[in-house]
Design a protein around this ligand. Structure first.
Ligand code: ADP
Length: 515
């Protein structure tokens, strides 16, 4: 898409480069592919105001969601918006390769000290890369490919089991239309399945679908269920979809393709067919499994029943979500200095090393500060960076099936959330252990002499003294060590992990005499 916009080579060369956040990159790709037609760029302020007020852009075009780009002020400072040759911003992908240029014609301050920028975009570079790139087709290409007549679109957020496959087949047959499967790959799915794993699961069901065209669309949620459903309908329409099969929230079309609501099916044990629930006598009727039931089977390593899930789909699912005993896990201890994090984390790590059941990496607060976070201090910003680094490395350990044990103080909720999100985005588990030993007890122990220094005013920014500790509301396990021995505390953590299937179940701690 050129928009008739001439972009001299030297303008590009001198332009600042910025890597947007993942959801902005996803929007960018959809703008450039034409899936967001008629949008040709990031929205201006007048569009956003108009959108909030009446669901239309400033020129009256109906459009469901704000499609915005926010950049740090230092990036905008390098532009001169009044000069068309000096207002080009190059956008790069996560690896730093340029993918687009924005002709920034407006900028305005937003919350969090960022700056919103509006302007048309144009593709530059080689069109990007990424897994399953071949499925990321442009709407114009797909419209060319589709047979004439009705096109049944369906967004597939979750792996297809037999009931969903039967619904698809039934809807395509009833409509006598071609099936277009759109897999949203803008973000990991709700149950932690990566976009690639979701694509693999859908492809594994391919030979059980009616003839279908399968594409991946980097569509991420914009945080409003209704507007997101309207956006999906819009994007489906751009790809040539005439009828959209509703799945969950996507029941609205907003004047786009017509929405079909699928029939509720059940398994008929008399002949092994899926048909309308009401057509099956209750004693022969088996209802589809809930996502939570499927998750539970996967967590425990129990087989997915064949009447419900085609074996090829089950194989892919099990590869992506192995039983908890083999799945990556981050055990994240948080609490005041001296609360007992390191002592317990070390004990847990040693117990696992002794049993040999899992590969373990211990990311101890002090050791991390000497290596991974060398040079960082104890300002709010540096503390935040330290916890995020630990969370990122822990998630990488867990991505490969390892168990990472971390024990930074992690006083801020936002950084702990970031660590949880890192882990979840790799499909791993995350267990937050709050070592909630009261300040008075930590101060009485004062193992490192830090509290005394802080009270004497020789040390500032001490968590619990003159820096806040935000108590977690989302801890999976809370331990107050003032009434526990270290081995009791270690035993409680091991039992929690065992009880939830992450490690082999533990017997109640043996007393030394029994060993
Ligand atoms: P942190 O890592 O939270 O700064 P440390 O583990 O380094 O804390 O220090 C905790 C201190 O408290 C150690 O001296 C440890 O022996 C003592 N302690 C007493 N009871 C316990 C318990 N139940 N769990 C952990 N530590 C305990």
């Amino acid at each position: 898409m050129t928009n008739g916009w001439v972009l001299p080579e030297e303008v590009l060369r001198d332009a600042p480069t910025y890597t947007p956040r993942p959801h902005e990159l996803a929007d960018l790709e959809l703008i450039m592919s034409g899936a967001y037609a008629p949008l040709t760029g990031f929205l201006h302020r007048a569009d956003l105001t108009s959108l909030a007020r009446r669901g239309r852009l400033a020129d009256g075009t109906s459009w469901p969601v704000p499609v915005t780009l926010e950049v740090p002020p230092s990036v905008v400072d390098q532009l001169d918006i009044s000069n068309p040759l000096r207002r080009v911003l190059v956008l790069a992908d996560a690896e730093g390769a340029p993918v687009a240029a924005v002709d920034v014609t407006e900028s305005w301050p937003t919350r969090d000290g960022m700056v919103g920028v509006g302007g048309r975009v144009r593709r530059i570079g080689d069109g990007g890369h990424g897994a399953f790139r071949r499925l990321r087709r442009h709407p114009a290409e797909i419209r060319e490919l589709l047979p004439p007549g009705r096109v049944l679109g369906v967004f597939i957020d979750q792996p297809l089991h037999r009931p969903q496959l039967a619904q698809l087949a039934h809807a395509a047959r009833t409509l006598a239309g071609h099936l277009l499967v759109l897999i949203p790959v803008g973000a990991p799915s709700a149950d932690g399945l990566s976009a690639e794993a979701l694509v693999r699961c859908v492809l594994a069901a391919r030979d059980r679908m009616p003839p279908a065209t399968i594409i991946a669309v980097p569509l991420a949620a914009h945080g409003d269920e209704i507007r997101d459903a309207l956006l999906r309908a819009r994007v489906a329409g751009a790809y040539g979809v005439t009828h959209l099969l509703a799945t969950g929230a996507s029941m609205l079309s907003g004047g786009g393709p017509r929405v079909l609501v699928p029939r509720e099916l059940a398994y008929d044990s008399r002949d092994g067919q899926w048909r309308s629930r009401d057509d099956i006598p209750p004693r022969h009727r088996r209802l589809p499994l809930h996502p939570a039931e499927i998750s539970d089977l996967l967590d425990r390593g129990a087989p997915l029943p064949e009447w419900h899930t085609p074996p090829a789909v089950a194989r892919e699912l099990i590869r992506s979500r192995p039983p908890r005993r083999q799945r990556g896990l981050v055990v994240f201890f948080t609490g005041l200095s001296g609360s007992g994090k390191s002592t317990i984390a070390r004990g847990v790590t040693e117990a696992l090393l002794e049993s040999g059941e899992r590969g373990v990496t211990l990311l101890d607060g002090d050791v991390v500060r000497r290596h991974l976070s060398a040079g960082l201090g104890f300002s709010a910003r540096d503390r935040d960076a330290n916890v995020r680094r630990i969370g990122w490395v822990a998630a990488e350990v867990a991505r490969h099936g390892g168990l990472a044990v971390c024990c930074p103080i992690a006083p801020y909720d936002a950084a702990r959330q970031a660590a949880r999100d890192f882990a979840r985005s790799t499909g791993a588990g995350f267990v937050l252990v709050w070592v909630a030993t009261p300040l008075a007890e930590c101060e009485r122990r004062d193992r490192k002499g830090l509290y005394a220094k802080a009270r004497a005013g020789q040390l500032t920014g001490m968590t619990g003294i003159d820096d806040p500790y935000e108590t977690p509301g989302d801890a999976d396990l809370v331990l107050d060590t003032s009434h526990l021995t270290p081995s009791e505390a270690i035993g409680l953590v091991l039992r929690h992990l065992g009880g939830n299937g992450w490690i082999e179940p533990r017997q109640p701690a043996a007393t030394p005499a029994e060993v």
